[in-house]
Ligand binder design. Structure first.
Ligand code: 4HQ
Length: 276
């Protein structure tokens, strides 16, 4: 029997370089999942929406300055076509993301959100970027891969798609189910080892060869915590804040006192205050 099922996720990519997709994704589990129909990819060549003889997609910036800006009329036609094709395919409209260093920095929480939505549209910019009015007109959501500058949005789009696709049902198989993975708990990975038990005079930590699953689990958690605390204080404080409060021995309820519980006013910097 031949297998067939509805795709779990669709992405439309708007780019001047459609040949860059699926690119490296074709060499991974994402590529297998694409062949299986777990997700679908539509590439739209932004240049195909030009109407002038020279097929120009960019123009000089008003106000002067270096570089070129992608034209609003061409981008608008591309985005409208993306939406129309999605609607014709019976896909529910989803967010439209413009990859840009100005955006919300991509993290696993945003990747999870996007994976849970049916449809995504990605706009990849080149040159100095796109005309600001396109962002307003189509309510583009800006997303950044990090605080560095790429020459185009395409590598960022590939990273985002990779991170999303590996979360789709059936893509990873049995690996990392039930949030076993460290990052799903807000921690960096613990150290991994494979054979041989001694390599170049370096031994694998004893505990990992012991067969004590409970002790192995505790050791790995301790390692993940130490590494996170040492390398990423930002992740460490989020982890501490989201960790369930340690259980405290139950004390007998105090008798209700005449005075209400005291709170201290802390200025919030906006002329107001929060209770602390
Ligand atoms: N660019 N995260 C400028 C990025 C970028 C990033 C993409 C460079 C858009 C016009 N994209 N173009 N960082 O640096 O996503």
């Amino acid at each position: 029997m031949t297998e067939s099922h509805v795709p779990f996720w669709h992405v439309t990519v708007l780019t001047l370089f459609p040949e860059m997709f699926p690119g490296p994704l074709g060499f991974s589990l994402a590529g297998k999942a694409l062949e299986k129909g777990t997700w679908t990819l539509e590439k739209l060549d932004i240049r195909s929406f030009t109407r002038d003889k020279h097929r120009s997609v960019d123009d000089t910036p008003f106000g002067g300055g270096p570089g070129m800006v992608m034209r609003p009329d061409v981008l608008d036609a591309a985005i409208r076509d993306a939406k129309a094709r999605q609607e014709a395919a019976g896909l529910k409209p989803g967010r439209i993301v413009y990859l840009s260093p100005r955006g919300r920095v991509l993290d696993q929480a945003l990747v999870r959100e996007i994976a849970s939505e049916g449809t995504l549209t990605l706009l990849c910019g080149r040159y100095e970027g796109i005309d600001e009015r396109v962002i307003e007109e189509h309510r583009l959501e800006e997303v950044s891969l990090g605080d560095f500058v790429l020459s185009g949005g395409e590598p960022a789009a590939l990273c985002l798609i990779d991170a999303v696709v590996r979360l789709l049902p059936g893509v990873m198989g049995n690996v990392e189910t039930a949030g076993e993975e460290s990052f799903e708990r807000g921690l960096l990975e613990y150290p991994h080892y494979t054979r041989p038990p001694v390599w170049n005079g370096r031994a694998v930590p004893e505990i990992l060869l012991s067969g004590h699953h409970e002790k192995v689990r505790a050791w790995r958690l301790e390692q993940a915590e130490k590494i996170t605390q040492g390398r990423r204080p930002d992740l460490w404080s989020d982890y501490l804040a989201s960790r369930p409060a340690p259980k405290v021995k139950k004390r007998r309820a105090r008798r209700a006192s005449a005075e209400p519980t005291k709170t201290t006013a802390i200025p919030d910097g906006n002329g107001g205050s929060i209770e602390g």
